[in-house]
Design a protein around this ligand. Structure first.
Ligand SMILES: *Cc1c(COP(=O)(O)O)cnc(C)c1O
Length: 227
């Protein structure tokens, strides 16, 4: 087998294994399998690693840096116009317009200045990416995301300026059982009438799917360990 075909087979195998696990997790929780979207987190991965997943039918991808995504995705997307790109890394306000121009969803909205910058970028470009407010669900000092107590204020502010917020996103503390944090995020979303729940990564996407995730963000389990 040529190297390309081997890489395609590996990617397709990993992809279908993860899809099956997601379907089983959703079913165990009495949810529809199609209620959970798999976002392939392709940060640091080159086009040769990403193409096999596109060939295997994957359409949602996530990146954590605007510049890296700008360098990689216009060409990749050219081959497949229905690809959806998600920004899952911290966003600086001065990159808001570039982010709105490129991404279909932004998962990391966590402060008033960014809400204002995104609203302005949406007005200017006419593009309306799906927006998620990121919550610092474990109240960790070094983590991105807003304090749980600031969430009502941020949601009110986003509504005020017409930002299309559809859900909440979080990354629970590493090395702790994630389920209670997923349940807390789900509860916060329910209380604020938000349908979207972006939670779950390579180590815990099945748990997240059982606890209501509408999208899971999986990198390592799809592509292998990052350098
Ligand atoms: C890198 C990253 C992921 C994917 O992590 P894996 O453990 O590789 O699956 C998910 N979410 C965010 C916010 C990330 O930065």
């Amino acid at each position: 087998m040529s190297q390309t075909i081997a890489a395609m087979t590996d990617a397709a195998t990993r992809l279908s294994a993860i899809r099956e696990k997601l379907i089983r997790a959703a079913q165990l929780a009495g949810r529809a399998p199609e209620a959970v979207e798999l976002i392939a987190i392709s940060k640091t991965r080159v086009a040769e690693e990403i193409m096999p997943l596109i060939t295997a039918g994957q359409r949602s991808f996530g990146e954590n840096r605007v510049q890296e995504a700008q360098a990689k995705w216009p060409a990749l997307r050219g081959s497949m116009p229905d690809i959806r790109l998600h920004l899952v890394g911290q966003l600086q306000s001065n990159k808001a317009e570039e982010a709105v121009a490129l991404f279909d969803a932004i998962h990391t909205i966590d402060r008033p200045s960014l809400i204002a910058a995104l609203a302005k970028a949406i007005a200017k470009t006419g593009r309306r990416p799906d927006c998620y407010v990121q919550v610092n669900i474990g109240e960790e000092p070094q983590k991105g995301g807003c304090a749980i107590g600031d969430l009502p204020m941020l949601l009110a502010m986003a509504a005020d300026v017409g930002l299309p917020v559809i859900g909440l996103m979080a990354v629970p503390p590493v090395d702790l059982e994630p389920a209670p944090y997923f349940a807390l995020l789900a509860d916060l979303a329910r209380r604020h009438d938000l349908a979207g729940l972006s939670m779950g990564m390579s180590g815990d996407y099945e748990t997240a799917a059982m606890l209501g995730a509408t999208c899971v963000r999986v990198g390592t389990a799809l592509f292998g360990v990052r350098d």
